[in-house]
Design a protein around this ligand. Structure first.
Ligand code: ADP
Length: 665
């Protein structure tokens, strides 16, 4: 076994690999970009080295620097994690040439599966079933359009070099084909430096079922059963589970054997995943692609097989045989994984960047696991994937595991930026999900209920906010009193005794565009709070950020976090952001910017569709912004004449910048 390895990655997966290495007594070397100098993976590793500026091509993609660090530190092997260099055949070759073990398959297997098109050709010859489509070399636009027309709509355009849903476009009708093709090619070019695409028949009600395979250097290969990753948004996995609901033993072995055959056909070594698309209308399954690395969702397989897949990777890479044979692998219970993201579901899941002002994760146990790369106070930067953590739960059966998931999600608190936590909670508690009504359209179909609509603020939340404010006032008074020369002076009394004042205190909060007032009357046993027409007896104390309260005899515990002039109350897993304000200063508030023509996020302008003077309809695409390698189209919020376009193709914009101006007609 290796004595020291280098982890060429960041975030949760780097931390995950370090955990297993430590368990096996292997020393670890981390690498980091300037954005990650204080990151958790850097702190966990035995050694850490700077790569360069935050941009991946100047840091985590610098294979030359990474190899030099491996040589310098005496690391015998490199774990690439997922993303970055994990499926880069040239890097795998460079490792071999430098005499460092690449913890992954041989370069030839990566190349064989690197292009979705080439992989399909290969699988076709191995008699693995494929979705009808065109995956050949011809890229002539009119030829592709003819193929799509022949196949019948809807069709799906995919980047041949694709991954992560980038460069993937659904085309509903023939007249949309060319514009969608251009968009797919642009995304493919910017993400992979390769604009080639393939076309597939788009299945309307499929499930995504993938098989975990493992092969060693002694010619043995096994499958570690399936994962169901059907709950997706824009073709990106959101919730994964294992085993797949409704999977029969026969189908499981049929798919498992097909996956092992696919791996054997390309001389595979290490951890791999063969993805299938399963047509719920016909029961047929088709090969989609093979991912030649450890997947994000590998923990659900670890939970149900009771195996450590990173340990398997390290053993296989060091030349050992597979730890278990096929007949020794068993499924135990059921596991779920939910991906916790910094994103705003109410704004079409726009990635959020900023500081994690407060982070509380559910306690880990045999049932609950949290894989994360961040800590309270860390930044989610615009440079990388905005994933905060993966929450993994296990129990004896699906329903119990689902209950665990719901509970753990309620126990998860993030303050400082928007997250998909409330969305995940809705998802996990949706009756259709509990009833296994799974297909990749699940989220779109249940959107209304899943995207939490802003609910009116509750009286309890306002009371909690008032108690948090009052506790702070009292703490401040107490501190001032202790420092004062006359600590016994009635001026320091916190019970509301004031000269020329009623024994009341008015607190004002703004929530969105609404304003609320809470009048606190000091009483013998705390406060009497007046909120609208309600009167509540309340008392509370702050212990750091933990607020203990009793409201009308009901004991509550909440979290109160202050950040950037906001007070966030987290109660029962739901966040409410309140802005305490002084009504006497309201005249000084700056009017909010209006629009819909402002950049929703920092990014690059990749296309401008309109010119000054042009008349546009409501909904006309005006401009395309690219951020985090995804395209966002700016649509006209109303009809009118384009007055001015402030940015040209290629220019960078910051969040909130006005992009163009349209005069209403
Ligand atoms: P990527 O590698 O970019 O993630 P995949 O080929 O793995 O892309 O596909 C991602 C998801 O897109 C799948 O999980 C599935 O939900 C959906 N998808 C892919 N191909 C099809 C298809 N032919 N019909 C319907 N949905 C598809």
């Amino acid at each position: 076994m290796f004595k020291k390895i280098l982890i060429a990655n960041r975030g949760e997966i780097a931390c995950r690999v370090i955990a297993t290495a430590r368990k096996l007594g292997i020393k670890t070397v981390a690498v980091y970009s300037d954005a990650d100098a204080q990151a958790r993976h850097v702190k966990l590793a035995d050694e850490a080295f700077r790569l360069g500026p935050p941009a991946p091509r100047e840091s985590y993609l610098r294979s030359d620097l990474i190899l030099a660090i491996a040589k310098q530190t005496g690391a015998e092997a490199i774990h690439p994690g997922y993303g970055f260099l994990s499926e880069n055949a040239e890097f795998a070759i460079a490792c071999v040439e430098a005499g460092v073990v690449f913890i992954g398959p041989p370069a030839s297997a990566i190349s064989a599966m690197g292009s979705k098109s080439a992989a399909k050709t290969l699988m076709e010859s191995a008699a693995v079933p494929l979705v009808p489509g065109y995956h050949g070399e011809k890229q002539d636009v009119s030829f592709l359009q003819r193929e799509a027309d022949k196949m019948g709509y809807p069709v799906l355009i995919k980047a041949s070099a694709g991954g992560g849903g980038k460069g993937m476009k659904i085309v509903e009708k023939s007249t949309d084909f060319l514009s969608q093709l251009a968009s797919a090619q642009r995304e493919a070019e910017s993400s992979f430096g390769d604009s080639r695409v393939l076309i597939e028949k788009y299945l309307t009600k499929p499930r995504h079922i993938e098989i975990q395979v493992f092969a060693d250097t002694h010619g043995e290969a096994v499958y570690l059963f399936e994962r169901d990753c059907s709950v997706q948004r824009r073709h990106q996995k959101v919730l994964e589970e294992a085993p797949a609901p409704g999977m029969t033993a026969e189908r499981r072995s049929e798919m498992g054997i097909a996956a092992v055959n696919a791996a054997k056909a390309i001389g595979y070594v290490g951890a791999g995943t063969v993805e299938f698309i399963f047509d719920t209308l016909t029961g047929a399954f088709y090969f989609m692609e093979m991912n030649t690395r450890l997947q994000v969702e590998h923990p659900v397989t670890e939970m149900i097989t009771r195996q450590d897949l990173v340990e398997w990777q390290l053993r296989v890479a060091s030349g050992e045989s597979l730890p278990l044979k096929q007949h020794e692998l068993k499924i135990h219970g059921h596991a779920f994984e939910a991906r916790v993201y910094a994103e705003d579901p109410a704004r079409d899941f726009l990635p959020q960047i900023g500081k994690l002002a407060h982070l509380h994760q559910p306690a880990e146990s045999a049932y609950v696991r949290v894989d994360t790369g961040v800590e309270s106070g860390d930044e989610i930067s615009p440079w990388y994937d905005p994933m905060i953590a993966k929450l993994i739960v296990w129990d004896e059966n699906r329903q119990r595991a689902l209950d665990r998931l719901t509970n753990a999600l309620s126990d998860y608190e993030v303050v400082g930026l928007d997250t998909n936590l409330a969305f995940l909670r809705q998802l996990a508690s949706h009756p259709a999900f509990a009833a296994c009504e799974l297909d990749t359209g699940f989220i779109a179909r249940h959107r209304e209920r899943l995207i939490p609509s802003p609910t009116p603020i509750s009286v309890d939340t306002l009371a909690l906010a008032a108690l948090a404010e009052l506790a702070q006032v009292e703490a401040r008074n107490l501190a001032m009193r202790q420092c004062s020369k006359e600590p016994a002076s009635p001026w320091w009394e916190a019970d509301g005794w004031r000269l020329n004042q009623d024994n009341r205190h008015a607190l004002h909060f703004r929530v969105g565009s609404q304003e609320y007032a809470v009048i606190a009357h000091y009483a013998d046993t705390g406060y009497m709070l007046e909120i609208g027409t309600e009167k509540l007896n309340a008392n509370g104390s702050l212990h750091g950020q933990m607020l203990r309260a009793v409201i009308n005899g009901h004991r509550l515990q909440a979290t109160a976090v202050r950040h950037d002039g906001q007070l966030t109350i987290v109660n029962n897993g739901a966040n409410t952001e309140l802005e305490p304000f002084n009504p006497l200063l309201v005249g000084l508030q700056v009017a909010e910017a209006t629009g819909g023509l402002n950049a929703p996020m920092p990014g690059t302008v990749v296309a401008v569709h309109v010119k000054a003077g042009e008349i546009v309809e409501k909904g006309t695409p005006l401009m395309i912004l690219e951020a985090m390698k995804m395209e966002h189209t700016i649509l006209a919020p109303h009809a009118g004449e384009v007055k001015e376009v402030f940015f040209q193709k290629g220019e960078q914009v910051t969040e909130g910048t006005a992009l163009l101006e349209i005069a209403s007609q």
